[in-house]
Design a protein around this ligand. Structure first.
Ligand code: KIV
Ligand code: ZN
Length: 500
């Protein structure tokens, strides 16, 4: 093993996909997995197979679709979980089982009602059991960030002896300070017999905004695998973002550390994940945010015009941002659309491409320039196909000095319904009209409208979160008409809560 090589373990499709509202179907997961392979990640955590048949199936299909990276499946330290993980990995060319258990005193006491000795024994048993199926076993010590170092070292030593090839030290709650997390990794390097037989992995959450700092501190103290997600998505405040760690290693050459990441593929993949998961990237997000390379103050602009190095430490082209990217218009042909989609990592069948091209021409009639986000949206627009509630038509009128009013026609499993209502705005009026047809007690908890690029002719995206019978559902809609996008998102929620 090259001691200066940092392995990238991507968990966008497992820890990232756990985020409510970010779920992908198997086809979308394969698309992301193939793009991750193209990016050069070493390991793809493809799912948690015991958690649902959908997750199981995704691990199977990703295992078939991807060649170079190791495919990893998560399990608890439970035999049945490990059996199912091994079965899901059947077709993987390189496979890894990721098993583990909570090691902090609070996990031991409150989650497991057990003792340290019992946890140690379960950890060892799980690794030995998983070893029956595959050679490459990663062990996670959940909540290692708050686990006492001496006990953590005992667990790590025992699981390495049992056959673990990678030991994952998660800061599950995002609590550690960078020097504390780094010291924890160093402690393990210094105190664990046999540590040279395993790779230490970082897995940091961002609850205090320190995930990347902690990961880098871990690497500087001896970790050689980092667990990351695209755009830093993940539970609560998210995981360490892949793009940040990759660019830190690339920018700080003095560290002498290398990775296999082809950084020029970062930006297209960031857009793909954001678009498929309907998860906007904050504009000031490092590396991939809309403003990451935008210089707006006069002093900065002046400096950049004289020499970009005055204020820019990264060349945007190094992360795949192409300011000269072609913008498609109504005159762009089929081939131009296909080419642009492929640059963005989306490969469509001829039949699907024909459909997307038709939608592209419809959109190009409504807005002059079609940007990457627009076409990613079109390429992912199959999600409403099996909705049993559909909007047939919608009309909304609003203005100054008048009461907004909307009428809507719905098709519910083939039956037609119509209704009209007023509201405090056109969206409110249209939703009131819908409520008169679909009489479920649905409360809107969150409503977000996002323009895609710029201009009053822009496509807009609407994300809605509703509560229905104690459960939360997420809906998404996109259109150049803001009321239509909102209604599409609301109907997406209704479809989800009437199925379950
Ligand atoms: O954050 C965490 O502890 C995890 C483990 C399951 C690896 O995601
Ligand atoms: Zn995690």
């Amino acid at each position: 093993m090259d001691k200066n090589r940092v392995y990238f373990f991507d968990t966008t499709l497992r820890d990232g996909e756990q985020v409510p509202g970010c779920q992908l179907n198997t086809v979308e997961k394969i698309q992301v997995a193939k793009a991750l392979e193209g990016l050069g990640v070493d390991v793809i955590e493809a799912g948690f197979p015991i958690s649902s048949p959908g997750d199981f199936n995704s691990v199977v299909e990703i295992s078939k679709a991807v060649t170079w990276p190791t495919i990893c499946a998560l399990s608890r330290a439970v035999e049945k979980d490990i059996d199912v993980a091994a079965e899901a990995l059947k077709y993987a060319k390189h496979k890894r089982i990721h098993t583990g258990i909570g090691t902090s005193d609070s996990h031991i006491k409150y989650k497991f009602n057990a003792t340290r000795e019992e946890i140690l024994e379960r950890a060892v048993r799980a690794v030995k059991y998983a070893k029956k199926y595959v050679e490459d076993i990663e062990f996670y010590a959940e909540d290692a960030g708050r686990t006492e170092n001496e006990f953590l070292a005992r667990v790590v030593e025992a699981v390495i002896k049992a056959g673990a090839t990678v030991v994952n030290i998660p800061d599950t709650t995002g609590y550690c300070l960078p020097q504390e997390y780094g010291a924890k990794i160093k402690y393990l390097c210094d105190h664990v017999d046999g540590i040279e037989n395993a790779i230490i992995s970082t897995h940091c959450h961002n609850d205090l905004g320190m995930a990347t700092a902690n990961t880098v501190s871990g690497i500087l103290n001896g970790a050689r695998q980092c667990e990351v997600t695209i755009n830093g998505i993940g539970e609560r405040a998210g995981n360490t973002s892949l793009e940040e760690v990759a660019m830190i290693l690339r920018s700080h050459k003095e560290l002498g550390l290398q990775s296999g990441i082809n950084t020029q593929k970062i930006y297209p993949l960031s857009r793909m994940v954001s678009s498929l998961m309907n998860m906007p990237v904050q504009p000031n997000k490092a590396i991939v945010g809309r403003n990451a390379f935008a210089h707006s103050s006069g002093i900065h602009q002046d400096g950049v015009l004289k020499n970009v190095q005055t204020y820019e430490i990264i060349d945007p082209r190094d992360v795949g941002i192409d300011n000269n990217a072609i913008v498609l218009t109504a005159r762009s042909g089929h081939a131009a659309l296909k080419y642009r989609l492929e640059v963005l990592g989306v490969h469509l069948s001829d039949e699907r491409l024909d459909k997307v091209y038709k939608d592209f021409l419809d959109l190009a009639d409504k807005k002059k320039e079609i940007h990457d986000d627009d076409i990613l949206l079109l390429a992912g627009a199959e999600r409403t196909q099996d909705h049993h509630i559909r909007v047939d038509w919608l009309q909304a009128t609003s203005g100054i000095g008048m009461k907004p009013v909307a009428s809507v026609g719905l098709d519910i499993a083939g039956e037609k319904f119509e209704s009209a209502a007023t509201g405090n705005g056109p969206v409110d009026a249209a939703i009131n009209a819908l409520r008169q047809i679909v009489r479920r007690h649905v409360t809107i908890k969150e409503f977000t409208i996002q323009g895609i690029s710029q201009g009053s002719d822009d496509n807009c995206k609407v994300h809605i979160q509703v509560e229905c019978e104690g459960r939360i559902y997420y809906g998404f809609g996109a259109s150049t008409d803001i009321v239509a996008a909102a209604i599409e998102a609301y109907v997406d929620c209704l479809n989800k809560c009437t199925i379950k």
